[in-house]
Design a protein around this ligand. Structure first.
Ligand code: ZN
Length: 283
């Protein structure tokens, strides 16, 4: 099942994409796609509905982030060996964890805003894992039972804020609009093997990232188990699992986003995002 949220920013309603590609309104059956509404039982109940009985939504409606009220937005750094190499870093001996602030989250096709003072805004197509069940100290063997589904994430990153200021990476990761999620939250039964999905990203029609989740270093069950040693994971948390090579920082010379450009990205089976890059007004 492909679950989604549609409507104006901050007022999204839950929906699904039916087999014919029509958006159907789920708001008579669930208040939002968030928190405990993402449990296996709750999602199974939605899967039992006949989509043709649900109101159809106009095709050009805005899509919001596919998960509402995300509790934690956790990211894994340098999780593709070839991406680590392009940034000049070694593959870490344990997963690198950082945060994106939840205020960065936006819809899959919303504008991405270059923050004030930024000269190094960059892109990262990533597989997002959405948690559907509480847990801590989760066994790797049981980890996939905690997954509500998967989605595309663009881990938009400001490299000077991230790497050339003191302290954590988080300064360059959580600016507003740096976290497009969606278009859909795809349930695991439809995804198959999450470690065999093609993924790509273009800027103005030029392909920069063309990879596969096959080259992920630390895989999804391990990441869930690992993170749950340091925090409880809760329904509605999102884990972004790292990016393959081809980021702007890794180009020779580096290339960064400019206002007026368009990013287009996707993951096999999880849909596509398309963002216009705009400047933050100075005042
Ligand atoms: Zn990333």
């Amino acid at each position: 099942m492909k679950l989604l949220r549609f409507g104006p920013a901050g007022h999204e309603r839950p929906g699904l994409l039916d087999a014919d590609g029509v958006i159907r309104d789920l708001s008579a059956h669930v208040s939002d796609l968030s928190g405990h509404h993402l449990s296996r039982d709750a999602v199974s109940a939605l899967a039992k509905l006949d989509p043709t009985t649900l109101p159809a939504v106009h095709a050009d409606t805005r899509l919001g982030p596919c998960v509402g009220r995300v509790g934690k937005f956790i990211c894994i750094g340098l999780n593709y060996s070839d991406h680590a190499a392009e940034t000049g870093a070694d593959v870490p001996s344990e997963p690198v964890i950082f945060n994106k602030w939840t205020s960065a989250i936006c819809g899959p096709d919303d504008d991405v805003i270059i923050p004030r003072g930024s000269h190094k805004t960059d892109w990262e197509v990533e597989l997002g894992v959405v948690i559907g069940k509480d847990g801590r100290y989760i066994d790797e063997a049981d980890a996939m039972s905690h997954v509500a589904g998967f989605c595309v994430v663009n881990d938009v990153s400001e490299r000077e804020f991230q790497l050339e200021r003191c302290g954590s990476w988080d300064k360059g990761k959580g600016c507003d609009t740096f976290g497009p999620l969606g278009p859909w939250l795809v349930t695991p039964d439809e995804v198959g093997d999450p470690h065999d999905l093609a993924m790509w990203l273009e800027v103005d029609g030029r392909c920069y990232q063309n990879g596969s989740t096959r080259t992920m270093v630390y895989r999804v069950p391990y990441l869930i188990s690992y993170l749950s040693r340091f925090m409880s994971l809760q329904p509605g948390d999102v884990i972004s699992t790292g990016t393959p090579p081809g980021v702007g920082m890794g180009q020779q010379p580096p290339i960064y986003l400019k206002p007026g450009q368009r990013m287009h990205l996707g993951i096999e089976g999880l849909g596509e995002q398309c963002q216009s890059v705009v400047a933050e007004p100075d005042s």
